[in-house]
Design a protein around this ligand. Structure first.
Ligand code: 2P0
Length: 349
């Protein structure tokens, strides 16, 4: 038996990231270049994650992909971008005389299996973990190392941030070719061990308007979004990085809530308007502000992405009390809600 006929199999996992300065809007659709920088916290990979297995073999006829057990269309443009870019890097590496870490041939086809341990497309950043994991696993299969966030970005914008753990910024970059639109770790996962993330699942249904088309309409119609990208986010990024570095929870929490609110305001400013927040989301927002006002200090922050699920940031010592409060006001038997506790500590591995 020729050893080249043996499949090369690699399994990796990548966690979800939660943006505290939101990405919303592209200046280049194909390369996925954003109109503003963003900043996120990567969850612990035992929490919300994608697990991907890639097998490569000379005997495979075609590239194929299965998502959560169902075969999907491999000709999907963004999937093709990631496959093409990884193979391009592998080819470059071999042309430079480095055979790579293993024997996967450049002409070998791959079979990809990817599963999420959380609801897909419910505004829980499934594409972020999914493409980060795909790119990371493919890179391992083809023996490619180094900067990969620029490739993950071409799968899904927010995916570039899940390539690193801890606190991560996606620098929008200036170049037309996107070479400088990359993710960068601001602080590692060990930086702020008291910080906790709670995810309140208000609805696990598919969101009515996907992020890609939603942000496209926002770029076309919202002048608030333009103002936000040009005049709000640049200084807010600097303030957020400073708050993270100083572990200043009050500053971190207030910037997080304001940025979530402004993102949803740009959704309302989009024409026709986009509504991601539900009445439950609005009740969570009110509860957080009442809670903070009660103590006269900012102990808890919320943030919402393209869906009604609340992501709560707080410090370790406040978790038991706040969870009890949520359980009191949102008993899970009436709204189907569910808490998933996490702490940010890892990236793709
Ligand atoms: C974020 N979101 O920064 C923001 C906040 C949703 C709201 O990134 O078209 O799935 O694949 O680049 O990354 C969702 O957008 O969109 C997103 P594409 P993506 O996390």
């Amino acid at each position: 038996e020729n050893s080249m006929d043996k499949p090369n199999i690699v399994t990796c996992a990548a966690p979800v990231n939660i943006a505290v300065i939101k990405y919303w809007g592209k200046r280049n659709e194909e390369l996925i270049l954003p109109i503003n920088s963003s900043l996120s916290v990567t969850l612990h990979q035992d929490q919300l994650k994608t697990t991907t297995t890639v097998a490569s073999s000379r005997s495979f006829q075609e590239d194929r992909i299965w998502l959560n057990g169902k075969e999907e269309d491999i000709t999907h443009q963004r999937l093709q971008s990631c496959l093409r870019e990884i193979r391009r890097l592998a080819r470059k590496r071999r042309n430079d005389g480095d055979p790579g870490l293993d024997s996967t041939g450049l002409s070998h086809k791959v079979h990809i299996c990817s599963v999420n341990n959380f609801p897909t497309a419910a505004g829980l950043a499934s594409s972020a973990a999914g493409f980060a994991c795909l790119v990371y696993t493919l890179a391992r299969v083809f023996g490619v190392e180094g900067e990969l966030s620029g490739i993950a970005r071409q799968g899904s914008g927010s995916a570039c941030r899940s390539m690193y753990g801890g606190f991560v910024q996606w620098i929008m970059g200036k170049k037309d070719d996107g070479k400088d639109s990359l993710a960068q770790q601001v602080e590692p996962e060990t930086h702020w061990p008291e910080l906790r993330i709670l995810v309140l699942v208000a609805s696990a249904e598919r969101k009515p308007i996907g992020s890609t088309s939603g942000m496209q309409t926002s770029v076309e119609t919202s002048c608030l979004l333009k103002h936000r990208a040009e005049s709000v986010v640049p200084s807010r990024m600097a303030e957020m990085i400073e708050a993270v570095q100083r572990k200043d929870f009050t500053a971190f929490a207030e910037l997080t809530m304001k940025d979530s609110n402004q993102f949803h305001a740009t959704c309302l400013d989009t024409y026709p308007p986009i509504f991601y927040l539900s009445s439950v989301s609005q009740q969570v927002i009110s509860l957080v502000h009442r809670y903070n006002r009660h103590y006269g200090e900012t102990r808890v922050a919320y943030t919402f992405d393209a869906g009604p699920n609340a992501v709560i940031f707080t410090l370790q010592q406040h978790v038991p009390e706040f969870v009890q409060l949520i359980q009191h006001f949102f008993p899970s038997d009436t709204n189907g809600g569910q808490f998933i506790k996490g702490l940010p500590v890892n990236s793709a591995s």
